[in-house]
Design a protein. Structure first.
Lengths: 378, 314
């Protein structure tokens, strides 16, 4: 991170009247990275993107693009381009005219040959060669998405901003576009900033994930870091699926704590923040870190309530007396016949490093998902 | 125009607000009567109305226009194009109409666009309805009354009297083309504002952001996106006002004092005073043809400028 960051937020706060959308955000995005701003709706991620684009001005703090403070710089003078939600393509222009729109604004003017060749290149990049003369309303959603991408990239921006670009596409197309966007980012080598509320999308596409909640950055890190070492309870619950078991700190030793669960079972958990004795905590246990066995010595015992067979994996909802329902995910290997049936008793084990203990927020009604121990895939 | 009735375009920007012209009713009559009795019954009153009060008079006027004036006035059967050949005799009225109608519509447009723009894109949401109401409310008073009011405002005891106080003497406002233009702008402004407002109000704001994002200055964005996408509204307002102005009678009479003579005034004169019905009819037919041409041309321009989507003006 010695190079000048492409995007840097310095103590940025944005208020709308009395409502604070973003408060005191600091972060820097290294050059040529694919960054996702991830969070639930209303967390301030779109406001951040719009402040980079210049559509909103920070109430306090600075937004820097390649080391330059952007205060007072209008959107049309910023070296960034945006792919808008629902694309915002110009309905009165055809594909080529849409893509060349930015090039035609350039001063000093570009020659029409230069414009034509760059538009042609952009069309090829997004695999729409031959579609130049089509009208926007003649295109499918996926094609419109590509035009929006080409329209932004053709201007060779320092940073490409993507505002929930895949939200309007169906699942299959979305997966294809995720891969394409990733490849595109590597090819072009500029920074992509993606805003999304879809944690899977954020994890799968980006080099860095910036998790936001309530107008603040909760955690900034690589996808595996975010998933494996969530900074707090919110991140643990929002990113990926997890089981949250409530309990009390029963003993402290180094970076470990012993947590007494509701049914009295004591398990060892890692902690990321200091915890006191008897403090109320939630222990996060990822479904895939649970191992099930019919007989073996599990730390917890339960009864299978539901089984969702997904081919390569199977998910189980397991009722544990005194604790509640847990979600477990097990790999399914052909020939091993390791599927449990609803009603069967199972023993639940997990690796020593798997449980993570977090302090429970004092007030209820925050972003707790304690009532959702089990989320079942549809 | 004839397909308008069959194929209402959901994206048609403002056409929906304006009552359909007579043409759709004609073409609908034949096939729908057979297809759907209920539809036919529902359409019958309007159709009858149009036939009795529009088609028949139009046919009568067309027949009159190739006839001759009876010796003591009125119509005498004949088949001659002498009336049409005589049109240049009323060249002044045609000229005034052909200059002042587009000029009036243009003046209306120049005043209306900023108002519509402010209402649609700048005015605070809660003020919008109130401001729109303020624009429409004058319509509740008859145009005749309001134009009379202008007669007094522009007349000797109005603005000129006030100006005389500050030393500007002998300024004549009433009975000039300027007064007629002013009256036109005043009278027809809402008809211009509303369609433009509708098209601007529907404008997707994100397109403006996209334009700025792509490096367009506010002026380029206005010309390349805002103005361009509101053109259907502009063309609707323009042709609406222009067509009404082609038949305008009241404002030139009251504010032009008979000196600024429109075709409408010529028609009143020919039918009621000199009782030359055939010549009046020939002028009326010519006026209708000119209106249709204006509509078609406006429609073409609008369609081309707003992209592939077909735009119906009326």
């Amino acid at each position: 991170m010695t190079a000048v960051p492409d995007i840097e937020f310095r103590a940025v706060t944005k208020r709308y009247g009395t409502v604070t959308a973003v408060s005191g955000i600091d972060f820097a995005v290294p050059p040529s990275a694919f960054v996702a701003l991830l969070g639930p709706s209303g967390c301030g991620k779109t406001t951040c993107l719009r402040m980079i684009g210049g559509f909103e001005q920070p109430s306090e703090g600075q937004v820097l693009i390649r080391g330059r403070d952007m205060a007072g710089t209008p959107p049309y003078r910023r070296p960034v381009n945006m792919v808008f939600q629902q694309y915002a393509l110009f309905p009165h222009l055809d594909v080529e005219e849409n893509i060349s729109y930015g090039l035609r604004q350039a001063r000093p003017r570009l020659t029409s040959r230069e414009i034509a060749s760059r538009v042609g290149g952009a069309l090829e990049t997004v695999q729409l060669a031959g579609y130049g003369r089509r009208k926007i309303h003649e295109l499918s959603g996926g094609q419109q998405q590509r035009v929006a991408l080409a329209r932004a990239l053709v201007n060779k921006p320092a940073v490409l901003l993507l505002d929930e670009p895949l939200a309007a596409l169906d699942k299959k197309l979305r997966t294809d576009m995720q891969i394409e966007l990733q490849n595109l980012q590597r090819e072009i080598g500029i920074t992509f900033v993606l805003v999304t509320h879809d944690q899977e999308e954020a994890l799968s596409m980006s080099d860095f994930v910036c998790v936001m909640n309530g107008g603040r950055v909760v955690q900034l890190g690589q996808p595996s870091e975010i998933y494996d070492e969530p900074a707090d309870l919110f991140v643990a619950a929002f990113v990926g699926k997890t089981n949250l078991l409530s309990g009390k700190v029963a003993g402290l030793s180094g970076d470990r704590v012993d947590v007494a669960l509701a049914d009295g079972t004591v398990i060892a958990a890692r902690k990321r923040v200091p915890l006191g004795r008897d403090e109320a905590v939630s222990v996060s246990l990822r479904p895939e870190s649970l191992s099930l066995s019919a007989t073996g010595e599990g730390r917890l015992k339960g009864i299978v309530r539901n089984r969702i067979f997904l081919g390569s994996t199977a998910e189980y909802a397991i009722e544990v007396q005194g604790i509640g329902s847990l979600l477990a995910k097990a790999d399914h290997v052909i020939g091993q016949g390791n599927l449990f049936k609803p009603g069967e008793p199972v023993a639940i084990g997990f690796a020593a490093g798997a449980p993570l203990a977090f302090p429970r927020p004092k007030n209820n009604g925050t972003n707790q998902r304690e009532d959702q121990h089990v989320e079942i895939l549809s | 125009m004839s397909e308008t009735g069959h194929n209402p375009d959901p994206d048609n920007s403002t056409g929906g607000e304006i009552p359909a012209g007579p043409e759709p009713a004609f073409s609908m009559r034949g096939n729908l009567l057979h297809r759907n009795l209920l539809t036919a019954l529902l359409l019958a009153p309007a159709t009858m109305w149009l036939v009795v009060f529009l088609v028949l008079p139009f046919v009568a006027i067309a027949i009159f226009s190739v006839g001759e004036r009876a010796p003591e006035g009125g119509y005498q059967a004949a088949l001659t194009f002498a009336q049409y050949a005589n049109l240049p005799a009323r060249a002044t009225a045609f000229w005034n109409t052909m200059v002042l109608a587009p000029a009036g519509a243009l003046a209306c447009l120049l005043v209306a666009y900023p108002v519509a723009y402010y209402l649609a894109l700048r005015a605070p949401q809660r003020w919008r309805l109130i401001l729109l109401a303020l624009i429409v409310i004058p319509f509740w008073t008859s145009l005749l009354m309001r134009t009379y009011a202008w007669m007094y405002i522009l007349g000797g005891r109005g603005i000129p009297a006030l100006l005389a106080y500050v030393g500007i003497e002998d300024l004549r406002l009433i009975n000039t083309p300027g007064a007629v233009l002013l009256g036109i702008v005043y009278g027809y402004l809402p008809l211009m504002i509303l369609p433009i407002y509708v098209s601007l109000e529907r404008l997707d704001r994100r397109l403006l952001e996209a334009s700025a994002d792509l490096g367009a200055t506010p002026l380029s964005t206005f010309i390349g996106v805002t103005l361009r996408l509101s053109l259907p509204g502009v063309m609707t307002g323009f042709s609406l006002v222009m067509i009404l102005l082609l038949g305008e009678y009241l404002i030139p009479t009251l504010l032009g004092g008979g000196k600024v003579f429109f075709i409408g005034n010529a028609l009143v004169d020919l039918f009621l005073q000199s009782r030359n019905w055939p010549f009046g009819s020939a002028i009326a037919i010519t006026l209708v043809l000119v209106s249709v041409v204006v509509l078609i041309v406006a429609n073409r321009i609008s369609t081309r400028l707003s992209g592939a989507r077909r735009v119906d003006l009326i």
